[in-house]
Ligand binder design. Structure first.
Ligand SMILES: NC(=O)c1ccc[n+]([C@@H]2O[C@H](COP(=O)([O-])OP(=O)(O)OC[C@H]3O[C@@H](n4cnc5c(N)ncnc54)[C@H](OP(=O)(O)O)[C@@H]3O)[C@@H](O)[C@H]2O)c1
Length: 305
């Protein structure tokens, strides 16, 4: 699996690596880093209302030398930072329009940032408004983020359009928890896009049992392709092998260039390596962004280290 894009259930395609500007230095330097990401060869930018940089995202896209038609933009409707209120149904159209105005362009993909953005019990109606906007040609692909099994079930039942993706914290240490959700997504052909994919190496206190395995695979790949392919890159290649979009971030010029190289590469894990990462990953439950997914979606009884 060395493709640069995956097919979505509405017939469109999505680049398999997204450069996100919701975290770290990338968030602060959304214009300069965004332009750098596009110049380096990346073609997908992930932003959101709550990152407060949709405008900067639009500027990065319009100022870059890459034609707009080659760039894939994802944004998300969400609460304004610090505001705990959901978006009332009668404000959804206005809120989406404000996103489009700030971006100065229609994003290829527009998501509900998490189920708490939606007034309680109103998921279906909220989704219906996004479906209307798609029918009216105001939105393109539509999807969700941080949706649990019950949220996906609520939205797909009788839907005109199923969400094309569910953007989740996704890496080997949440696999055991996500299994029931992934089964539902597979049934409805909803692709996973991953954020926080580097968590096992960057945020887990020790790296856990996967760390030596990822380093071993990194050495094999580096020798095979005569390139420096580090253990973080192995985690991203594992995503590609599993047909999961990698939503990662960097404000560091060298790392951005490395990410673009990875995006365009033909580097591949062996099937046994993918299976080994799955198997060992499922022995641990460790999540960095706990606020979204663990409410009313029980976590497995597994150690965190
Ligand atoms: N839907 C949601 O609720 C949600 C939630 C969180 C995030 N997101 C999206 O996902 C994107 C990525 O999230 P994430 O930051 O959690 O992803 P991540 O890929 O796990 O981590 C990226 C961070 O790791 C650092 N990094 C990357 N490579 C590194 C390396 N080799 N060594 C040390 N540090 C390294 C980067 O810092 P440098 O800048 O120093 O390279 C960056 O701050 C966000 O920007 C946002 O677009 C979505």
């Amino acid at each position: 699996m060395s493709t640069t894009s995956f097919k979505l259930n509405d017939g469109t395609s999505i680049p398999w690596v997204a450069w996100g500007n919701g975290t770290g230095q990338a968030k602060k330097d959304a214009i300069e880093s965004g332009k750098l990401a596009l110049a380096a060869g990346l073609r997908h930018i992930d932003t959101a209302q709550i990152y407060n940089n949709e405008e900067e995202t639009g500027i990065a896209v319009s100022q870059s030398k890459v034609p707009r038609s080659e760039v894939y933009v994802t944004s998300k409707i969400g609460r304004i930072a610090g505001d705990t209120q959901a978006v009332p149904l009668d404000q959804v159209r206005k809120s989406v329009q404000e996103s489009l105005d700030r971006l100065g362009t229609v994003p290829e993909l527009y998501l509900i940032h998490n189920p708490y953005v939606v007034p309680e019990g109103k998921l279906k109606e909220f989704w219906g408004i996004l479906e209307d906007l798609k029918d009216e040609g105001k939105l393109k692909s539509i999807g969700v983020s941080n949706f649990r099994p019950q949220d996906i079930e609520a939205v797909v039942e009788g839907a005109r359009y199923k969400p094309v993706v569910n953007q989740l914290e996704f890496h080997p240490y949440v696999l055991a928890h996500l299994e029931p959700l992934l089964a539902i997504q597979e049934k409805h052909n909803i692709l996973t896009t991953s954020y926080g994919p580097l968590t096992p190496l960057l945020r887990h206190p020790t790296g856990g049992p996967l760390k030596p395995i990822l380093h071993r695979i990194s050495e094999r790949l580096s020798a095979k392709y005569n390139e420096t392919i580090d253990a973080n890159a192995v985690l991203l290649l594992w995503l590609r092998a599993k047909q999961v979009v990698a939503v990662t971030a960097s404000g560091n010029a060298e790392r951005i260039k490395g990410l673009a190289k990875l995006y365009l590469s033909k580097w591949e894990l062996e099937a046994e390596e993918v299976e080994e990462i799955d198997r060992v990953g499922k022995t641990i439950h460790f999540r960095h962004y706990t606020e979204h997914m663990e409410n009313d979606f029980p976590v497995p009884d597994l150690p965190s280290q």
